[in-house]
Design a protein. Structure first.
Length: 307
């Protein structure tokens, strides 16, 4: 068994895949890490992987799948004692592998790290960054958290095996982390483990992603709620954009960084927040979208547990 498996979800990442995998391969001098790319790109990304990274395992997947579903396909094939997740749009720093292994010597079920934006970056890239990663912007001190970021997270295999049925429908990090916390596990966020967010989504693709992820979050949040609590969530749903924008703004203000970029990208940030909010409302009202979460719509895969 390998010490560490790295699952790289890859969607149309030809602009960043070389830097992402080159960084991982440079660090993997002992061969103790397996690198698995699960890709459903329509661009040249899989060709770049096949031609330049013969030591990387490439799994080509259904083009309908979202990043959490790609992560799930990779997790089912992983053989490491620690399973780490990122995307091909993120570039791990030079100590990412060693710091991940070192922090899993501690008694945390999951460890997440900082996410910084590459420079220069377009306004779309900044808007995506603020919507997804403002909470993981440097600086911060190591501390226990409710959530670790899916694009820079790792988990003990012995813990994830207990959630294999849940993961089969997609590695939705907010859902997994919530279950871990409810079951008494601790999660750590540390600035020592860093990735750099590169060019990723266009406006249309990220709007779709926000809608689906928001709906998954809303459906999970109300899955065990009473009818009265569900009605309260639905009633207060119009406040979601204000709460979300307030959280992002407070993070930018608290960190004292990227204020100019935040103001310039604010119209796009508002659009993306509205898409998430609509998705969350639909999750409260209708539950999870069948096209994403129904196992009947996903390809067959090997179980997470390898014997």
């Amino acid at each position: 068994m390998k010490a560490l498996s790295v699952i790289v979800a890859s969607q149309n990442a030809e602009a960043t895949i070389m830097d992402c995998l080159a960084s991982l391969e440079r660090q993997n001098t002992s061969g103790a890490t397996e690198i698995i790319v699960v890709d459903n790109s329509s661009d040249r990304t899989p060709w770049i992987v096949e031609e330049n990274f013969r030591g990387v395992r490439l799994i080509k997947s259904d083009d309908r799948l979202l990043i959490p579903e790609l992560w799930a396909r990779g997790a089912e094939q992983a053989a490491g004692e620690i399973i780490a997740f990122t995307t091909a749009h993120c570039i791990p720093d030079s100590e990412w592998l060693s710091q991940t292994l070192r922090h899993h010597e501690l008694e945390y079920a999951a460890v997440g790290g900082a996410i910084e934006n590459t420079r220069p970056a377009s306004l779309i890239q900044w808007a995506v960054y603020f919507c997804r990663y403002a909470a993981y912007m440097l600086p911060f001190l190591p501390h226990a958290v409710e959530q670790v970021p899916g694009d820079n997270a790792s988990y003990k295999r012995s813990v994830l095996e207990k959630y294999a049925d849940l993961i089969k429908t997609g590695f939705w990090e907010t859902v997994i982390n919530h279950r871990l916390r409810n079951d008494g596990h601790s999660l750590l966020l540390t600035p020592a483990i860093r990735v750099y967010h590169g060019r990723s989504f266009g406006v249309r693709a990220f709007c779709r992603q926000r809608l689906v992820h928001g709906r998954m979050f809303g459906s999970e949040r109300t899955a065990a709620a009473s009818p009265l609590r569900r009605l309260l969530y639905i009633g207060f749903a119009p406040l979601i954009p204000l709460v979300f924008l307030g959280k992002i703004g407070r993070q930018v203000l608290h960190k004292g960084r990227h204020g100019r970029e935040f103001l310039l990208s604010l119209p796009l940030v508002i659009l993306f927040v509205l898409c998430w909010s609509l998705g969350e409302f639909l999750g409260y009202l209708l539950g999870a979208p069948r096209t994403v979460s129904d196992p009947q719509n996903l390809p067959e895969a090997e179980p997470l547990v390898h014997r």
